[in-house]
Design a protein around this ligand. Structure first.
Ligand code: FES
Length: 104
């Protein structure tokens, strides 16, 4: 259900400024909670940096980053309403709204 390359084009069009915050930080909302990371980090990087190691529900248990290179899809999240975004491939943009996904 993602649009464009990993949903990136569609996601950038949904009001994200793309402008790094103070001191090169970027703040995103994870399940409604404000989480800060470094500008240029992937969403997975920001999530891991905040202490989250799993964020996607699956029959086999909770998933997070496995390959880290866009192959396994274990890290899928919904970003600004776009499902199926690989958190390890998508740069975090200020104001992104991240929601967990539950998939088989
Ligand atoms: S961790 Fe494998 S695709 Fe993101």
């Amino acid at each position: 259900m993602s649009g464009g390359r990993n949903g990136r084009d569609a996601i950038r069009a949904v009001g994200a400024s793309g402008v790094p915050g103070v001191n090169g930080t970027v703040e995103i909302l994870v399940e409604g909670e404000a989480v800060s990371g470094r500008a240029g980090q992937t969403i997975a990087g920001v999530l891991l940096g905040s202490g989250r190691v799993a964020w996607r529900g699956a029959q086999q248990g909770e998933r997070g980053v496995f390959c880290g290179i866009g192959v396994c899809h274990d890290c899928l999240v919904t970003v600004n309403g776009v499902e199926g975004v690989r958190a390890c491939q998508r740069e975090a943009v200020a104001g992104d709204r991240i929601e967990r996904e539950v998939r088989g």
